[in-house]
Ligand binder design. Sequence first.
Ligand SMILES: C[S@@+](CC[C@H](N)C(=O)[O-])C[C@H]1O[C@@H](n2cnc3c(N)ncnc32)[C@H](O)[C@@H]1O
Length: 269
Amino acid sequence: MPRLFCFRLVAEDIFTPTKRINMLNTNHTICDEKTVHLYDRSYSEKYRHFDDTYVGTPDYNHFVPILKELTGSFKRPIKVLEVGCGTGRYFHALQNTVELTGIDIAKPMLELARNPLKAEEVNIPLINLVEGSVFDHDFGNEKFDFIYSIGVVGEHAPFTKEICNKFFDLLNDDGTVYFTIVDLDDRKNLKRRLAETAYPLLPARIKEVLDKRWVSNYMTHNELDKMMRESSFDDYNITNYKAEGGGWTGAHHEVIANKYDTSSRQLFV
Ligand SMILES: C[S@@+](CC[C@H](N)C(=O)[O-])C[C@H]1O[C@@H](n2cnc3c(N)ncnc32)[C@H](O)[C@@H]1O
């Protein structure tokens, strides 16, 4: 009898594997605290210093044209929001922009954004630099034509359904959002892949340990696609960019999502 019982347990584990709980982090508070701690004065100065050497690298040559193209496609003056603007590395890429709001949780980064990369090419009459977390900040009735965020959500901060729908609500009707998310699959080493394969067969106690260890802001393509499908956005496109050199090493998902009607603006013709 005990043997039979034992067999039943194993068989259950194998044939009805416990589903892994959703390991996406949904709590931004701890992340926000860590970010403020990380981006202190000294780290922020190093970041700003790096901006100058970043120009002309493959990654710079990837992101700058995307921002130029997306903002240039409006053919009219626009209001832009950068989420996690940091030192303002990409301000000079923005076209048609009459007002830019840059929100960042790290004060030292924002202070350096007053003198951003290629400041002489920044052609924006009004720049508002706001210190705060994008999750908590109340933008009131403000709306934007273009929102972008590079290296922030799905990286330092979680990309949640709430923040996705906040982007949607903050956009004007023909608005567009562009953001990056770290590709979780690209970060998995062999050990992690093996553990995932073995996961359904592991005892519940070990599963619990792994579930906790694997909680992450990074996302797989499927997780991101599901999140976007369930969000207020109907029109979105996810691509993948493997950093080629210059900045951070690894792969990002890139999302371009439109609120409603963007038929008047042709992108990437
Ligand atoms: C890797 S840096 C990217 C900065 C800039 N987007 C760039 O590409 O150079 C991440 C930035 O996101 C900011 N950040 C992280 N979490 C945030 C949050 N919840 N709200 C606002 N800013 C945040 C950090 O303070 C930091 O400046």
